[in-house]
Write a protein that binds this ligand. Structure first.
Ligand code: CA
Length: 237
C-alpha cells in the first residue's frame, strides 16, 4: 500500500554514499509504500532536494562533495518546512547536536535497525502532518473554498472552480509553508514537464484569482512570490 499525501505518494530523498546501505534503505522504504529517489553525494542532494518537491529527506552526515550539515543548511534555507532526518555514523553526541543545529528535525545513529528507521520516518511524517487527510473546505479571507464540490462561496454567491483550479489550490495549500514554482505547478497539476511554457500557469492563476480574490489588485489567497512563482497567502490556514 503506498503511503499517500492527498492523492500523491509520499516522496523521500535518500542521500547516502555507501551503495550497499543506500540500496538497503531504498528497498526498505519502497517496500513500505514510499516513493524513493537516492543520490550518493552532497552536491547532487542539495540540487535535487531544492529542485524537486520531496516530502522528506534522509541525509547521511559524511558525504563526498558537500557534507550533510551543509546540505541540510541549504535545503532548510530553500525549503524551511522540508523534514530532514540525519543519519549519523558515529553516534557521537556532537554530531547529533551539530546536525540538529543545522536544521535537521531528527537523527538516526548507524548502525540502525529497519524498524527503528521506519518508526522515525513515520513519527516525523506525523509531526510534520505529512499524509494527513486534506481539508475539503477551507475558509480564507471571508470566503469558503469548497474543494470537494469545486466551488467558491463568497458573499453568499457560489462560483464553480475547474478541476485544475482546485488542483492549484490544493497544491499551494498542501505546501503552504513555502513558495511554489510555476514549473512545480506544471508538473503536479498539469502533469506535464515543468520546462514547458510557464505562462500557462500565470493565465490559470489570473482566472482563478478572478473567482476567489476580493481585490485583484491585492490578492490575499494566491499570492505572487517574486522570482519563484506563487504561495498560499493565508498564514495558519
Ligand atoms: Ca557516508
Amino acid at each position: 500500500m503506498p503511503v499517500t499525501i492527498g492523492s500523491a505518494t509520499m516522496r523521500i530523498l535518500v542521500v547516502e554514499d555507501e551503495p550497499v546501505l543506500r540500496d538497503g534503505i531504498v528497498d526498505l522504504l519502497r517496500a513500505s509504500g514510499y516513493e524513493v529517489e537516492a543520490v550518493g553525494d552532497g552536491a547532487a542532494a542539495a540540487k535535487l532536494g531544492v529542485d524537486e518537491p520531496f516530502d522528506m529527506v534522509l541525509l547521511d552526515l559524511m558525504l563526498p562533495k558537500l557534507d550533510g550539515l551543509e546540505v541540510c543548511r541549504r535545503l532548510k534555507t530553500a525549503r524551511p518546512a522540508l523534514p530532514v532526518i540525519m543519519l549519523t555514523a558515529r553516534g557521537a553526541e556532537e554530531d547529533k547536536v551539530r546536525g540538529l543545529r543545522s536544521g535537521a528535525d531528527d537523527y538516526v545513529t548507524k548502525p540502525f535497525g529497519v524498524k527503528e528507521l521506519l518508526a522515525r520516518v513515520q513519527a516525523l511524517a506525523r509531526r510534520c502532518q505529512i499524509g494527513q487527510a486534506e481539508p475539503e473546505r477551507v475558509e480564507v479571507d471571508g470566503c469558503i473554498l469548497d474543494l470537494g464540490r469545486c466551488e467558491v462561496l463568497r458573499d453568499g454567491k457560489a462560483t464553480v472552480l475547474t478541476a485544475r483550479e482546485v488542483g492549484i489550490l490544493r497544491w499551494l495549500h498542501r505546501h503552504r509553508a513555502r513558495a511554489v514554482s510555476r514549473a512545480e505547478l506544471l508538473e503536479h497539476v498539469w502533469c506535464v514537464p515543468g520546462t514547458l511554457e510557464t505562462r500557462t500557469v500565470d493565465m490559470a492563476v489570473a482566472n482563478l484569482r478572478q473567482k476567489i480574490e476580493r481585490d485583484l489588485a491585492q490578492p490575499r489567497i494566491v499570492v505572487s512570490v517574486k522570482g519563484i512563482g506563487y504561495a498560499w497567502g493565508v498564514k495558519d490556514a
